[in-house]
Design a protein around this ligand. Structure first.
Ligand SMILES: Cc1cc2nc3c(=O)[nH]c(=O)nc-3n(C[C@H](O)[C@H](O)[C@H](O)COP(=O)(O)OP(=O)(O)OC[C@H]3O[C@@H](n4cnc5c(N)ncnc54)[C@H](O)[C@@H]3O)c2cc1C
Ligand SMILES: NC(=O)c1ccc[n+]([C@@H]2O[C@H](COP(=O)([O-])OP(=O)(O)OC[C@H]3O[C@@H](n4cnc5c(N)ncnc54)[C@H](OP(=O)(O)O)[C@@H]3O)[C@@H](O)[C@H]2O)c1
Length: 540
């Protein structure tokens, strides 16, 4: 029994080293983590060594982050650029630069704290960055290898991770402590004729212990389509009831592992059990090469089909796959009218590669494979730096095309419930006004009542020219500038890769034009808005 009790963290940082009790505790854990990563056996560190690891000057400087402003912390930059911005920096920051920089919380941390937890040894799982995909997974793995061999004391690292990195034990309050929630209803938000299928999904939180605030996201643990699991079993030529621990192969394929995309480890496994050209190909795919130009399309089934007749041991096969991760959705309701209900606004992911339709795991589970009354495991991912201003009088501008409207519906409901006097301006956009006007009746009613001071719409496929939210922002640039000058907070939600960047560029232009600033000054002004928490993003 006693072997399950972890040994006490050794006291590696001398009592005389210039750290507070809290810092010393964290440092002891940090160094213990390093030792566990390396068998060379560090026994104790001098105060100077410890200070060097933290980035403080020997002999007394305080433990400070020295990320140089983290220029890589920009989700629109490709990984190559992020790594080059972190080049020459300590491993701690290279590790952070390898993350997708969305601070999306899917891994249970933000980018800084996830990388910090890996470097400290507190987090062993290297493949949790969903938006970073394989590129991030490969880089993190390579950096973790470097970490094992890095000389100690290493180059400066960050100060202790924020308390937010420690998962809460309350039920449903983190991905490590999910609770059970029941689906109450599912309503299609698009009208017949739309190219999209997005759903308003409501959940019952009664007895779940879950509490949330507007701005938070909701995490759901999905399950793969059983038909896809069956197709994988058939392609493997393995029995569906093959035991994997105390479960069957089929059960694990449904709710234990990701079936898309095929991870490097799977190709590595294939390279061990096949020969000749096929071995070369599998080896190339396992290192990120793309010998046939189809690597990006290979989910687990397609990977098996690419090597016909391959029959890996089912247990080794499962071990080579990534765990199935929860998916996050911006909450689109306020708890004020009913704390036992939460709603999400979910776009259904379906696309075709070759002759097979690929199905987004969680979005199609919610759309097609689960009915009201069914239960799922879920949790709240607390927002960091995304929420309503504390002063209800402060005006807000919300920019949320597509499912990006979700948190803004929540904001509007919250402000309505608390009778906040601040003005509300929503920019919403989607493909077509006839089919894709989410929450149309509700928004129009809020507009009529005056709760929504302004509603500005951008339809990208109504005419010959694409009109996007940022075009409408520019059209209303003078008014927007006035709102900003009066202290408005600005919020953006939706696509991280293109929309968020374009909206920010439009904002800089508006500040330059109507705020009489040079482009550089306007850019600095917008950066300052961000720093002050007056420009907040929830992008994915
Ligand atoms: C903080 C946060 C908030 C979010 N809020 C929302 C929200 O409010 N509403 C919402 O709908 N989503 C939201 N998302 C996205 C959501 O978490 C899921 O990523 C999304 O629902 C897809 O998950 P899935 O399991 O259905 O698809 P997956 O099985 O994860 O498949 C999606 C993957 O398929 C691939 N793919 C998708 N389309 C194509 C294509 N056309 N061609 C080739 N490959 C493609 C991409 O690699 C994509 O990552 C949010 C994400 C985050 C991080
Ligand atoms: N991880 C995932 O798999 C997943 C799941 C759901 C959503 N998403 C992503 O999250 C985002 C939201 O998806 P969604 O269904 O809510 O809507 P969406 O696909 O983002 O579309 C919403 C509106 O935004 C427009 N748009 C496209 N490019 C834009 C840009 N650069 N600037 C401003 N507007 C732009 C679209 O126009 P046009 O399309 O006509 O150009 C459409 O009118 C998308 O990027 C989507 O890919 C990802």
């Amino acid at each position: 029994m006693s072997q399950n009790i972890p040994p006490p963290i050794p006291s590696l940082v001398p009592e005389t080293a210039p750290f507070s009790e809290e810092q010393r505790t964290w440092l002891n854990g940090f160094f213990a983590g390093l030792i566990s990563l390396d068998s060379s056996g560090v026994t104790a560190l001098t105060g100077d060594q410890a200070a060097a690891l933290l980035g403080g000057a020997p002999g007394g400087a305080s433990a400070k982050d020295d990320d140089g402003g983290a220029p890589w912390h920009d989700q629109t930059l490709p990984i190559t650029e992020r790594m080059s911005l972190a080049s020459g920096k300590p491993l701690r920051w290279k590790m952070m630069a390898a993350m997708a920089q969305q601070d999306c919380g899917q891994c249970g941390y933000d980018c800084k704290n996830y990388s910090g937890a890996i470097v400290s040894g507190a987090e062993q799982r290297l493949n949790l960055c969903v938006p970073g995909g394989k590129e991030t997974a490969r880089m993190v793995k390579a950096l973790a290898e470097e970490l094992k061999t890095a000389p100690k004391p290493a180059a400066p690292v960050a100060a202790p991770p924020a308390a937010a990195a420690v998962p809460s034990a309350a039920p449903g309050s983190s991905r490590d402590n999910p609770s059970t929630v029941k689906i109450l209803s599912r309503t299609l938000l698009n009208k017949p004729g739309s190219e999209k299928q997005s759903w308003h999904v409501e959940f019952d939180l009664t007895s779940s212990g879950i509490e949330y605030n507007v701005g938070d996201a909701f995490g759901l643990f999905p399950a793969n389509d059983p038909a896809l699991a069956d197709a994988v079993i058939k392609a493997l030529g393995a029995p569906a009831d093959f035991p994997i621990g105390n479960r069957t192969l089929r059960e694990v394929l449904i709710d234990g592992v990701s079936l898309s995309p095929a991870p490097d480890m799977l190709f590595q496994l294939f390279s061990y059990i096949t020969g000749g050209d096929r071995r070369q190909k599998a080896r190339a795919l396992s290192t990120g090469d793309d010998p046939d130009g189809d690597a990006a399309t290979l989910d687990v089934l397609a990977a098996i089909e690419k090597f016909p007749g391959i029959h890996p041991d089912p247990e080794a096969f499962i071990e080579a796959l990534d765990p199935l991760q929860p998916r996050l959705y911006s909450i689109s309701s306020s708890p004020k009218p009913d704390p036992n209900r939460v709603s999400l606004t979910v776009d259904t992911v379906r696309y075709k590669i070759g002759s097979r339709e690929r199905l987004g795991v969680c979005s199609t589970l919610l759309a097609d494979r689960i009915e009201p009354g069914a239960t799922l495991r879920g949790y709240v991912q607390k927002a960091h730096a995304f929420g309503l201003p504390t002063d209800p009088k402060v005006p807000i501008v919300m920019i949320g095309p597509g499912t990006g409207i979700a948190p803004f519906r929540a904001f509007l409901h919250e402000r309505q419930a608390v009778k906040a006097p601040g003005r509300n301006w929503l920019f919403f956009g989607h493909q077509r006004s006839d089919y894709d006007f989410f929450y149309e009746d509700e928004l129009k009613a809020m507009r009529s009542s005056g709760h929504l001071s302004r509603l500005t719409l951008a339809w990208s496929r109504d005419g010959d020219t694409k009109i996007y939210v940022q075009d409408r922002m520019r059209d209303s640039g003078r008014d927007l500038w006035e709102w900003i000058a009066e202290g408005a907070h600005i919020y953006v939600c939706g696509d991280a890769k293109r929309m968020a960047k374009d909206v920010e560029l439009a904002l800089v232009d508006i500040v330059a034009q109507h705020g009489a600033r040079t482009p550089e000054e306007a850019s600095a002004f917008v950066s300052e808005l961000k720093k002050k928490g007056r420009y907040q993003q929830d992008v994915y």
